[in-house]
Design a protein around this ligand. Structure first.
Ligand code: M6R
Length: 364
């Protein structure tokens, strides 16, 4: 059932163009979305003043991307919590909050406990969930299914990309229902979403540079991942992927935070993966890269097609298409998934079943 791939993780990475199509299927027209299972009335929606996103691990990283998407486009304050923290912090919630829980399995114990806490306090809860009929879908007020299909690899890849896709759907839905997003803006987002599957497929074809990077860096003991704005959570996700399956120490940081401590770790043997795609903060990321180079740190840059300037700064360049920053996380995460995969594989490790980890964490 690996369809000729060596591992489930690789198969699942390559399924991502289809996964985005499946998450969108039947839910979008050219400017609107229809989310049948969300079960929120006009009245519920009008009350909402704040959104809380609750999740663990990779699903938490999707939630962090969601915060940037929602706050920047809808201007609704959005807080993201790791579920194990949320459940015990006595969160401030009422019917004015909409809680979004994100979970591939729909069975994660802490996320489920967060959901129960939210409902107890009168908030509406919707789930962005992959597994149909899972406990979280049964207990949520509504569900947006991600339709990624079964994910076997312990390291989550296609589920993440489908969660991001579902967050764009939520953005469109809420933006339309609450009259926040203009028709034009909605059309623009729908248009961008429809182009993603092809772009993903195209990025996945560019595996050669990633293989080269994995060969060069498979032996290091530590790596840094940096990004800014909506790609900061992708730096966290890149670091998590690498830790999980290659057992290499990795840290994900907002690029601007480096000089507040972690730059002390940089030396020749500690390379940095810098997400440096075209964006409002591109120049800032370049300055951060220069600070790293000045400490002899090697740079693997995730950069945009046609960006010549990056060649002056990076040792290895992993390219993605030029795309509006709003969509870039779905593309920037791809080379990081493949980098973790190849490094793990080259180190001779069990890519699909890394040590100490379970696919679904049903105990706290
Ligand atoms: O099933 P969930 O999405 O609730 O799982 C959450 C985390 O356990 C999961 O994302 C974990 O971090 C993965 N192993 C990441 O690759």
């Amino acid at each position: 059932e690996k369809n000729g791939y060596d591992h489930f993780m690789l198969k699942e990475i390559y399924e991502q163009p289809r996964v985005v199509e499946d998450t969108l299927r039947g839910k979008i027209t050219d400017s609107s979305v229809k989310l049948d299972g969300i079960n929120l009335t006009k009245e519920d929606l009008e009350k909402i003043e704040k959104i809380n996103i609750v999740a663990c691990g990779t699903s938490y990283h999707a939630g962090l991307v969601g915060k940037y998407l929602i706050e920047q486009n809808l201007r609704i304050p959005t807080e993201v919590d790791v579920a194990s923290e949320f459940r015990y912090k006595d969160p401030i919630l009422s019917e004015k909050n909409l809680v979004i829980v994100i979970s591939q399995s729909g069975e994660t114990a802490d996320t489920l406990a967060g959901l129960r806490e939210a409902k107890k306090k009168g908030a509406k809860v919707i789930g962005i969930i992959n597994v149909v009929g899972s406990t979280i879908t049964r207990e949520s007020d509504g569900t947006i299914y991600t339709n990624a299909g079964p994910e076997i690899g312990v390291a989550s890849t296609k589920a993440f990309v489908s969660q991001l896709t579902a967050l764009y759907l939520f953005l469109l839905y809420f933006g339309e229902e609450r009259n926040i997003l203009s028709l034009e803006k909605r059309k623009y987002i729908v248009d961008g979403l429809k182009k993603l599957p092809e772009m993903i497929a195209e990025v996945l074809k560019r595996d050669n540079e990633i293989l080269k990077a994995s060969e060069e860096f498979k032996g290091v003991n530590s790596l840094m991942f940096i990004g800014r704005n909506i790609n900061y959570p992708i730096a966290l996700e890149g670091a998590l992927k690498l830790k999980e399956i290659s057992y290499i120490h990795a840290e994900g940081y907002p690029a601007g935070e480096l000089k507040h401590g972690p730059i002390a770790l940089i030396e020749e043997e500690v390379p940095t993966v810098a997400i440096a795609v075209k964006s409002d903060t591109y120049d800032k990321v370049i300055s951060n890269i220069q600070e790293i180079k000045a400490r002899s740190g090697k740079i693997i840059a995730v950069a945009t097609d046609g960006d010549e300037k990056i060649k002056e700064h990076a040792d290895i360049i992993l390219r993605i298409h030029e795309v509006d920053e709003i969509f870039s996380p779905i593309l920037t995460v791809l080379p990081l998934q493949l980098l973790a995969y190849h490094i793990s594989n080259k180190r001779g490790l069990d890519v699909d079943k890394p040590r100490n980890l379970a696919k679904s964490v049903t105990v706290e």
